[in-house]
Write a protein that binds this ligand. Structure first.
Ligand code: M5T
Ligand code: MG
Length: 240
């Protein structure tokens, strides 16, 4: 079977509806099937906005985004979103059990699949320490989970669907380096194209390539070594 998850941004510009500020300008790049791309850039540079266009939470104002050579607007929203595992910057859990929160969006998830995804997301051990383990209620009426625990439940929710494209928006920011490292390693067994926004250069360096955006524009894309040579901003970020 041919690997899937080829993503193309073709001269994409974006302005949020009802505003005038250009958040993304003429963005173009491609991500290969199965590739892991880190997205870096200062706060407000447009990283989250770029992510939101892929599952069509918003539509590009100009240009086109293609997945496997088909414009995202050609897919039904249902099919498009089914193929994408998107972990937002501020993950939302609903009132329900931990197991229900992980299984959300996947029909007929078995206990085995839920535990498998939780283990890969490095959250299984913490769940086992809760009073009712996978049956513990979370959300408004349940236990309070830490930001990092919520992030990992949200990652498990994305992994269980075995998506073609996995998108993590700063999802490892609250994790210690060892846990993050285990998570990134576990993710390698999923044959998906991975886009990961990160503030940490050490995390970005583990990706196949790095996309550097600044004020809504692609400044550079390439390997760590390539960017060290081609981008003065990247040099500054690395040495700061
Ligand atoms: C880029 C504006 C934001 C900023 C620009 C998500 C969102 C952003 N914006 C909106 O007007 N509405 C929205 O719903 O867009 O913001 P971003 O894409 O969130 O930037 P980032 O992800 O690179 O920043 P950060 O802080 O997460 O690293 O002008 O006001
Ligand atoms: Mg963001």
């Amino acid at each position: 079977r041919v690997k899937q998850g080829f993503i193309t941004f073709d001269h994409v510009s974006f302005i949020y509806p009802g505003t005038t500020k250009s958040v993304l300008s003429n963005v173009r790049f491609s991500v290969n099937p199965g590739e892991r791309l880190a997205v870096i850039g200062s706060t407000g540079s447009g990283k989250t906005s770029l992510f939101q266009l892929i599952p069509r939470l918003y539509d590009a104002t100009e240009g086109e985004i293609r997945i496997d050579h088909r414009p995202t607007t050609d897919y039904t929203l249902d099919n498009l979103r089914r193929s994408i595992g998107y972990v937002p910057q501020s993950p939302l859990l609903f009132t329900g059990t931990v197991a229900e929160n992980i299984a959300w969006g996947k029909e007929h998830a078995s206990t085995k699949e839920i535990i498998h995804a939780a283990k890969d997301a490095q959250i299984h051990d913490a769940i086992m320490e809760l009073d009712n383990q996978y049956q513990t209620k979370v959300g408004q009426k349940g236990v309070n989970l830490s930001g990092g625990q919520k992030q990992r439940i949200s990652i498990a929710r994305a992994l269980i669907r075995n998506p073609k494209i996995l998108m993590l928006d700063d999802s490892t920011s609250a994790l210690d380096l060892t846990t993050e490292s285990k998570l990134l390693h576990a993710m390698e067994s999923y044959e998906c194209t991975t886009l990961l926004i990160t503030q940490k250069i050490s995390t970005a360096m583990r990706a196949d390539r790095i996309l550097l955006i600044d004020e809504g524009k692609v400044l550079a894309i390439g390997t760590h070594e390539e960017l060290l040579h081609s981008s003065s901003l990247y040099q500054r970020i690395v040495t700061s």
